[in-house]
Design a protein around this ligand. Structure first.
Ligand SMILES: Cc1cc2nc3c(=O)[nH]c(=O)nc-3n(C[C@H](O)[C@H](O)[C@H](O)COP(=O)(O)O)c2cc1C
Length: 145
């Protein structure tokens, strides 16, 4: 049976969604069974054993609006994620002193619920990195070990 990976995105203008689409293609070509959600609800990730979160940061270091409700629900309902392993890719701008803070929010939330972080999160600085897909693809082997 193919190994399953669940990808969820937090995005305002689509940058993080493009990266997710690319990694969906790459992982599917490698034989993974990928489920991708751009407006994930708790039920979409409740039983995920391998979760990849790809999110930008907006506002003053906040989660984008399409992923914020999920993490509010997680805070409220406090699900048990002890069977979940996760990795995070962040897109952000070093022009902000809250650079990629959404990554910190997601890390803390998932760890608090008992999930295990597989590898160091990737923080892509869109100010000086113009190959988001390539950078994410280079990071991927650390996540799919
Ligand atoms: C209004 C606004 C606020 C932003 N705030 C932050 C921030 O606090 N920290 C950060 O790292 N990047 C911040 N950014 C940069 C975005 O995260 C970056 O442009 C990213 O590529 C957007 O990806 P998306 O299209 O998937 O939303 C902000 C961008 C905008 C337009």
């Amino acid at each position: 049976m193919a190994k399953q990976i669940t990808i969820i995105t937090g995005s305002t203008l689509g940058g993080a969604e493009y990266v997710a689409d690319h990694l969906n293609d790459v992982l599917s070509a490698q034989g993974f069974d990928v489920a991708l959600f751009n407006n994930a609800e708790l039920s979409d990730i409740q039983d995920a054993t391998k979760l990849l979160v790809i999110t930008s940061t907006h506002g003053a270091g906040e989660l984008p609006d399409n992923i914020k409700p999920l993490f509010e629900t997680i805070d409220e309902q406090q699900p048990d994620f002890s069977a979940m392993q996760f990795g995070i890719i962040g897109l952000g701008s070093s022009d902000y002193d809250t650079f990629c803070n959404a990554v910190n929010i997601v890390e803390e939330s998932l760890k608090t619920r008992g999930a295990t972080q597989i590898c160091e999160s990737l923080r892509i600085d869109v100010v000086n990195n113009f190959d988001h897909d390539g950078t994410a693809e280079e990071w991927l082997p650390d996540f799919i070990i």
